[in-house]
Design a protein. Structure first.
Length: 282
């Protein structure tokens, strides 16, 4: 299975982003909390440069509080402060705003020393498609000003938005590497709906999800969740065999329907809320 997705609007947006970064003080690095390592763009360090960065782990409702604590500890051990948000419901938004303003305070301190008047902090929101950037901006503004939907590729142009007298925000389309070198990561993006659906085969991605379930089972009891949801025992079955068995038991042998249902159930939390990645120290 080869998954590659790099639509033209992303290439154009990345060129524009490189130009607009000259005006930015703070980078809001927004990631999908279910796959926080996979959704770190390889160009992030280049984009951040000497700027301040605020790490936002969105969709906090999609993993357990215990797993949040594990990720918090892992990032803290690496001198990073993650901010957990649920942009859809507005949780954690105030803390992100305060962190962005605080991160830009040094900019205004330098301006004061030069005899210049302070100005609003300029921040940019960067992240993979469909990780919740637009929903985050709408919550920061407390009103809907940018289009937001549960699919990748909705935002297609860069635009500056004034949040308050203290902060201005650059909304950028989701950016993704030109080539997805690690196909295991590409499968995670597909599972989480963070990449265009035309780029992957639902059945192969559903099998990849089942593979991850087997690997996570010791930590999250994922196999129990499958058994409870579908009344089909996944033990002693390979991922491919389970997909076929489930199709025969529940969906008249229709593999495509079965695969789509598995992916939909995971995305909607019907299988429980858990990440597809664990802190590497586990």
């Amino acid at each position: 299975m080869m998954i590659q997705w790099y639509p033209g609007h992303i290439a154009k947006a990345e060129r524009s982003l490189a130009e607009q970064l000259k005006r930015v003080d703070v980078v809001l690095d927004v990631r999908d909390i279910r796959i926080p390592l996979t959704t770190q763009h390889p160009k992030l360090k280049e984009w951040v440069g000497s700027r301040e960065r605020v790490l936002v782990l969105n969709r906090m409702d999609m993993i357990s509080p215990e797993m949040q604590d594990l990720w918090l500890q892992w990032f803290t051990d690496r001198q990073e402060q993650p901010y957990f948000t649920n942009a859809k419901l507005g949780k954690g938004i105030r803390e992100v705003t305060q962190a962005a303003i605080a991160a830009g305070a040094s900019m205004n301190e330098r301006r004061r020393k030069r005899g210049m008047r302070p100005r609003p902090v300029r921040a940019v929101v960067v992240g993979f498609p469909n990780v919740g950037k637009s929903a985050l901006i709408n919550r920061l503004l407390n009103r809907k000003v940018v289009q937001s939907a549960a699919r990748p590729g909705v935002t297609r142009q860069l635009r500056w938005i004034k949040i308050s007298s203290d902060i201005e925000l650059l909304d950028a389309p989701g950016v993704i590497p030109v080539r997805l070198e690690d196909q295991r990561d590409a499968a995670k993006l597909a599972i989480c709906d963070d990449i265009g659906e035309a780029s992957y085969d639902n059945q192969r991605v559903a099998i990849a999800l089942l593979d991850i379930f087997h690997k996570l089972n010791a930590h999250v009891n994922t196999l129990d969740k499958l058994r409870s949801r579908y009344e089909v025992n996944p033990e002693n079955l390979s991922s491919e065999d389970y997909l076929h068995t489930l199709a025969e038991a529940k969906y008249l042998g229709d593999l495509e329907r079965t695969a789509c249902q598995l992916l939909t159930d995971f995305r909607k939390g019907q299988l429980g809320w858990f990440p597809l990645e664990l802190p590497p120290s586990l």
